[in-house]
Design a protein around this ligand. Structure first.
Ligand SMILES: CC(C)(CO)C(=O)C(=O)O
Length: 488
């Protein structure tokens, strides 16, 4: 279901006096602290906040301009007021190809036979980290009128001033590259990312967020906010920055828990007022009346911008629901993608025979056992944490109820997974899966983040998963054998 919210929900520091900002920041960051230390913190926070919120507009960067990235950039630019900037980040080596396109720097979206053109997206290019181990990053802007604004000279990672070279640190970064490319891309952009940045991850598969929090963003105090997404729109890339929409789906956004402790989903715990079902509230991310730090303001604005672009059909959902949706999509991809790539067929073929149906049913059964084992381990860990907490408490009189074990989501039973797989196969029956295309183009596949992710979970929780294992090994084997095409 699409939201009715408009881009007017995007808020900025203007209109709030510096006095108000200082007071509210003091409350938010220092709690009940008082005296000299509190005064020092108050002055320091106020200065920091004022300089950050003095910006008048939002800067949204989209990296990975394949089918999904172009689709998102297209609709954001189309919906947002011109004062907000939408940037497309390209690898420097793709820039010459773009400048030779007949449509120049415009992004094209084709839907129901009509091609729409979107201008006004600013293009920046970067050198991916692994091409330049010394850490050089260069941004070149393609709009000469704003060139001076945006140029970022080459700098080394150990240069203490290099952040200052960037006129715009990144407020909001939407990452739509293949799952395996995300860590390298973020590594390359690291100097422009701070804990005030919001990073939206929009890719197939799972495990990227966990990888990032264990490597590039280990320190919870310095970690940006992350939004994890599932996307069910049918899209394919016809050409560079030219996407075709073959089916209408939705994007679900889930905000990863704040390492600094803010509860973005506080509304769910409040007594429902008019509606029976409590709804998430943007004010729980950042309350414009109370003043807000850039960290939360950027997050609120990112959610508002994405949900405000109605054609994206993006909704903000509780993180737990998005985790369920991600697992559902993982299982669909774990069946459709390898089978279509190995059998060299369109999605519509994979369930036409009893053999395909057998594989699909067995895979869904394995996935349910894996997810049940995972949940049971989480519930056990929660119980242990509760018992330890109770043991270490000083006031033993007050009783705190033990946490309720989380119930197993209905959407992840084997029959629900089978129904969902059959639905997606029917909806995308005329499409070639992304893995089919990757295999045929001799490109790296996302197998490690799809069947590979399930495989690691199965091992972690000691669950047999032979069908998944076989698909995983076969796709890896396929990519070691040169693709020769059809015999003539
Ligand atoms: C759902 C499906 C299989 C659609 O083609 C897909 O997500 C993919 O190709 O990666």
């Amino acid at each position: 279901m699409c939201t009715e919210r408009g881009s007017n929900d995007i808020i900025h520091g203007r209109g709030v006096s510096s006095g108000e900002l200082q007071l509210s920041t003091f409350r938010m960051w220092t709690g009940r602290a008082s005296g000299r230390a509190a005064l020092q913190r108050r002055v320091c926070c106020g200065r920091w906040l004022w300089s950050s919120l003095g910006r008048w507009s939002m800067h949204i960067h989209v990296v990975g301009l394949g089918a999904v990235g172009s689709f998102v950039a297209f609709h954001l630019r189309r919906t947002l007021a011109p004062k907000h900037s939408v940037y497309a980040l390209h690898r420097l080596d793709t820039a010459p190809a773009i400048s030779q396109r007949p449509h120049g720097w415009s992004v094209l979206l084709e839907s129901e036979g009509v091609t729409h053109t979107q201008d006004g997206i600013m293009h920046l290019s970067y050198h991916p980290w692994h091409y330049y181990p010394s850490g050089s990053i260069r941004f070149a802007h393609w709009d000469p009128s704003r060139r001076r604004d945006l140029e970022l000279p080459l700098s080394r990672p150990d240069d203490p001033h290099r952040l200052h070279h960037a006129t715009h640190p990144i407020d909001s970064l939407i990452v739509t590259t293949k799952a395996y490319a995300v860590p390298d891309v973020l590594h390359g952009l690291r100097s422009l990312i701070s804990r005030d940045t919001t990073i939206v991850l929009l890719h197939n598969g799972m495990g990227v967020y966990e990888k990032l929090t264990q490597s590039l963003f280990r320190d919870p105090h310095d970690r940006p906010n992350f939004v994890l997404c599932t996307n069910t729109h049918g899209l394919y890339r016809k050409d560079l920055m030219h996407t075709v929409q073959t089916g209408y789906g939705e994007i679900q956004l889930g905000i990863a828990p704040d390492p600094l402790g803010r509860n973005f989903e506080a509304a769910l715990a409040r007594e429902p007022q008019e509606s029976l079902v409590p709804e998430l509230s943007l004010d729980d991310i950042a309350d414009p009346v109370d003043g807000a730090s850039p960290r939360y303001l950027n997050l609120r604005n990112t959610i508002a911008a994405l949900t405000g672009a109605r054609a994206l059909c993006a909704t903000w959902r509780p993180y737990r629901d998005v985790q369920t949706a991600l697992r559902k999509k993982l299982v669909v991809n774990a069946f459709v993608n390898p089978v279509s790539a190995l059998m060299q067929c369109k999605n519509g073929e994979v369930l036409k025979s009893s053999h395909g149906v057998w594989i699909m049913k067995r895979l869904c059964q394995e996935a349910e056992s894996i997810f049940r084992a995972e949940l049971s381990a989480m519930n056990k860990a929660q119980q242990v944490a509760y018992e330890q907490f109770m043991e270490n408490r000083e006031d033993i009189d007050e009783t705190i109820a033990p946490p309720e074990p989380l119930p197993y989501p209905r959407g992840l039973t084997k029959s629900a997974l089978q129904t969902e797989t059959a639905r997606v196969v029917e909806q995308t029956k005329h499409n070639y899966s992304s893995m089919y295309r990757d295999v045929n183009l001799g490109q790296r596949t996302e197998i490690e983040y799809i069947n590979g992710y399930l495989h690691h979970l199965a091992r972690q929780y000691d669950q047999p998963a032979f069908v998944n294992e076989m698909l995983y090994q076969l796709v890896k084997m396929r990519t070691t054998i040169p693709y020769v095409g059809k015999p003539t």
